[in-house]
Design a protein around this ligand. Structure first.
Ligand code: PEP
Ligand code: MG
Length: 853
């Protein structure tokens, strides 16, 4: 008969795990709570005592629990093990110590049952683990031990005595006290504390411990131990996986203690199902019951003794991002959790792992340097240093990585041709980053620890290794790591499970998600990810197409408005065609087209040879071209003649764009759903700018309607990306139907921080706590957020039905979406590949607020 254990049960800090014992995750830890759940399910769990956080803290402080009362709970001959039980299993804890109670007498007894060699191996492992964890001996004390049988045991005990000048303790109580004390103190150590805090544990997180009777696993029938789960932890697909070590089969087969016996059919031997079909069936049933009742895919730790299964523990199956998604969806499909819970279980950031290729988690990484991971996913290719080389490489069918100090609009075609981009300069919203994300192209920016010797066409890694054109690198845009060589990859996982999860998320969402899409290809991706329209089409990218750039340059060089208008006539049909395509792809969904934004000189050639070519094309002396290029350069182009300032001073460009949009509207509405285009004016800072541009656009609209004899609707809006536009939103809003906050420029201007140069010192600023996060990545709620709030309030006060949105890169960042939702914005718009992340993040916000309210 087992002792009743009243002493233990009356002590709230040292509790026998029974179905109704007072055990909670926040007092005894997750493992203790899980074991109680298993006991409640009537699963064959060995007797277990749980020590509370308080009890463990007291042990660390030198105050021991009543050890004899604890020991009374167990058979006097039982071996024990102690395992950590922190509140959240992810916070870790000291390693488990097994076979407490092993001593000379037990060794003799066990030798009879399991053979002297196996018993010696068991004892030897315990002595070594006790020596290292409790007596704090250096592990290399045992380096010279040979063999793990009887002779190994003798040497181990001798080494222990030599080092400690004491005999190995034989008393189970004394051993247990030593183990409990060392585990309690290990939790208080600095490295353990830092480690768990890095995983999100609070500074005062407690540790519980569970003391469990060990199942000897000896007998005539099948004996062994292992772990089993019902899913594959990498793919998340249903598949029984695990490990099993058979004592009996191993001894018979090899004359040794253990050998591997695989659960899955394996050429190396029979499966557990073959040698113990009933135990295998029981295990599967237990695992299925745990899945159902604990509402989670569990890894079962078990022992088989004489063909009978014992469950020692259950832990959440460790899992990759794709496995997490498939597990959550299947649990919901099986009715075990509601769909909302499946939505809540997936970290939106982790979707990046599903949407893009990734470096295989088990692949070796030869890390050269770490920059800013500006666009997620991984790709390997030969490095090239110019856009032209990238295009040539793509034409040969050779994947390449475009390496530049920084990119400019002229590199866009090279980026299209490359499989990844690496730049020395830049931050989260620099050119390479924005285009990279738009294209779904892995991109690392700000890799400034590498030397970019672009003239010599080579990269020098911080460790001195040199990589030249044609050498193979891998860009991991998720982690920001630049890797040498070509590690194995994991393909994207956009399967039915993903679609199902997204469908559930959409049902909950209360803020719309659009995509920033500049090209038909972007728009296709936006549709594929079910964006609810285009929130920002940056039209300037369209002018870098071959054939257009030269016309654009001619337009810039035109001497008079009439000359300019004549050249723009040639661009008109091309722009119209762009918009027809976008409207047709979006099938009646809103498409917000931003009028021309960048400074004109971005379109002019910077090299001598480029200027010579231009002079030739325009039939001008090269000195003229040089002079004009020089005259157009600005000290601060991002604060210079760009955006609406061009609309006011060179109005013919916006006239042409407006005409192209309206003609495309009529054309696309002919066969498809009626199109209501949205026209957006960038970089506004004053009401008068809007009045001037609006008057011209209205008159273009009237002219097109009159010429075609057909009316159409359109919506005019302002891109709020200067602090002044936020402050003066009250006088701007009455002129427009929407205000879309361009938080990239707004962040740049609010901080007075160049978005293209911030990458150089951003990590130092974040490390030293000046900024909690890169404000170009996560919207700065206190400063920029305050301007958003003011702008929204003032805009709404003047025009209550004004549509509010964010179209800066922050629109795809879960933390920033929370702020937009709190401010009651109608939608956020982000790079197409971030649309699923935004859909999931906003669904979670909606569910959380429903639960909270
Ligand atoms: C912005 O400034 O937030 C924006 C979306 O425009 P761009 O990135 O093109 O300047
Ligand atoms: Mg902008």
């Amino acid at each position: 008969m087992k002792p009743k254990g009243a002493a233990v049960q009356n002590n709230p800090h040292t509790t026998l795990v029974t179905p109704d014992a007072p055990i909670a995750a926040n007092t005894h830890g997750g493992r203790a709570k899980c074991l109680q759940r298993l006991v409640r399910l009537d699963l064959p769990v060995p007797r277990t005592v749980a020590l509370s956080f308080d009890a463990v803290q007291r042990i660390a402080d030198g105050e021991l629990p009543d050890i004899s009362a604890v020991l009374e709970q167990f058979d006097s001959s039982a071996l024990l093990c102690v395992r950590p039980s922190s509140e959240d299993p992810d916070w870790g804890g000291p390693g488990a110590v097994l076979n407490i109670g092993m001593n000379d007498a037990r060794y003799v007894e066990l030798s009879d049952k399991m053979g002297a060699e196996a018993a010696a191996a068991l004892y030897l492992r315990f002595v070594q683990s006790y020596a290292i964890h409790v007596a704090r001996l250096d592990p290399d004390v045992f380096d010279d031990i040979e063999g793990d049988g009887r002779s190994g045991l003798r040497q181990t005990l001798r080494a222990y005595e030599d080092e400690t000048d004491e005999e190995f303790p034989q008393d189970r109580g004394e051993q247990l006290i030593g183990v409990l004390r060392s585990m309690a103190r290990a939790w208080d150590g600095t490295s353990a504390r830092l480690l768990r805090q890095a995983k999100g544990a609070p500074a005062d997180a407690g540790l519980g411990l569970v003391i469990q009777e060990m199942i000897p696993g000896v007998g005539q029938g099948e004996c062994g131990s292992g772990v089993l789960q019902l899913v594959d932890p990498t793919t998340g697909l249903p598949q029984i996986t695990g490990r099993y070590l058979s004592q009996s089969q191993g001894r018979d087969a090899l004359g040794e203690g253990v050998s591997a016996l695989y659960l899955e059919k394996d050429p190396r031997g029979p499966s557990l199902e073959d040698v113990a079909p009933q135990a295998f069936a029981d295990l599967k049933a237990h695992a299925a019951l745990m899945r159902k009742k604990l509402r989670e895919e569990m890894q079962v730790e078990f022992v088989i003794e004489n063909g009978t299964v014992h469950i020692l523990d259950g832990v959440r199956v460790p899992r990759s991002a794709r496995a997490a998604m498939r597990i959550a969806v299947r649990l919901a499909e099986d009715g075990i959790i509601p769909p909302q819970e499946a939505v809540m279980r997936i970290d939106p950031h982790s979707l990046n792992e599903l949407l893009h290729r990734q470096v295989h988690p088990e692949a070796e990484r030869d890390v050269l340097t770490t920059g800013i991971g500006a666009s997620p996913g991984a790709a390997s290719g030969r490095i090239v240093f110019t856009s032209a080389e990238a295009q040539a490489s793509a034409a040969r069918g050779e994947p390449c990585i475009l390496v530049r100090r920084e990119t400019s609009p002229e590199d866009v075609r090279g980026m299209h041709a490359a499989v990844a981009v690496l730049t020395e300069k830049g931050g989260m919203t620099s050119h390479a980053a924005v285009i990279g994300r738009g294209l779904g192209l892995p991109c690392i920016v700000g890799a400034s620890e590498m030397r970019f010797q672009t003239k010599k066409k080579q990269l020098v890694a911080p460790d001195g290794r040199v990589f030249k054109t044609g050498d193979i690198l891998t860009i991991d845009g998720t982690s920001g790591q630049v890797l040498a060589g070509q590690p194995a990859m994991l393909e994207p996982a956009l399967d039915d499970c993903f679609q199902t999860l997204m469908g559930w998320a959409d049902a909950e969402r209360d803020i719309a998600i659009r995509a920033n899409a500049d090209t038909p290809a972007d728009a296709q991706v936006a549709r594929r990810f079910q964006a609810e329209g285009i929130g920002l089409c940056r039209t300037e990218h369209m002018f870098f197409e071959p054939g257009r750039l030269i016309v654009m340059r001619e337009m810039i060089f035109a001497e008079t408005p009439a000359g300019r208008a004549a050249v723009l006539e040639r661009l008109l049909p091309m722009q119209r065609d762009d918009f027809v395509q976008l409207f047709e792809i979006m099938e009646g969904q809103p498409v917000c087209i931003r009028l021309f934004d960048p400074p004109l000189h971005e379109f002019l050639p910077t090299t001598r040879s480029g200027q010579r070519e231009l002079a030739e094309a325009l039939d001008l002396p090269v000195s003229d071209v040089e002079r004009r290029v020089e005259a157009m350069s600005e000290y601060n182009p991002m604060l210079g003649l760009r955006g609406v300032r061009l609309g006011v001073t060179v109005p013919e460009i916006y006239d042409m764009q407006a005409r192209a949009i309206f003609e495309a509207t009529l054309e696309a509405s002919k066969n498809g759903a009626p199109v209501v285009p949205e026209v957006m004016i960038p970089l506004v800072s004053a009401k008068r700018e809007v009045e001037l541009v609006k008057a011209r656009i209205d008159s273009v609209a009237a002219a097109v309607a009159a010429e075609r004899g057909q009316d159409f609707e359109y919506r005019l809006g302002v891109m709020v990306e200067t602090p002044r536009a936020c402050l003066r939103a009250e006088e701007i809003a009455p002129h427009v139907s929407f205000l879309s906050f361009g938080t990239n420029d707004l962040t740049q201007m609010t901080y007075g921080l160049s978005r293209d140069d911030a990458g150089r010192f951003m990590s130092a600023y974040v490390q030293q706590g000046v900024f909690s996060e890169d404000p170009f990545h996560v919207l700065d709620a206190d400063g920029v957020g305050e301007l958003l709030k003011l702008g929204a309030e003032r805009g709404r006060a003047a025009r209550p039905d004004v549509t509010l949105s964010v179209c800066g890169e922050h629109g795809g960042n879960p933390e920033s979406i929370a702020l937009c939702r709190d401010l009651g914005f109608d939608y956020v718009s982000c790079s197409p590949f971030r649309v699923p992340v935004a859909r999931l993040a906003s669904a979670q916000l909606a569910i959380a607020s429903k639960l909270g309210g």
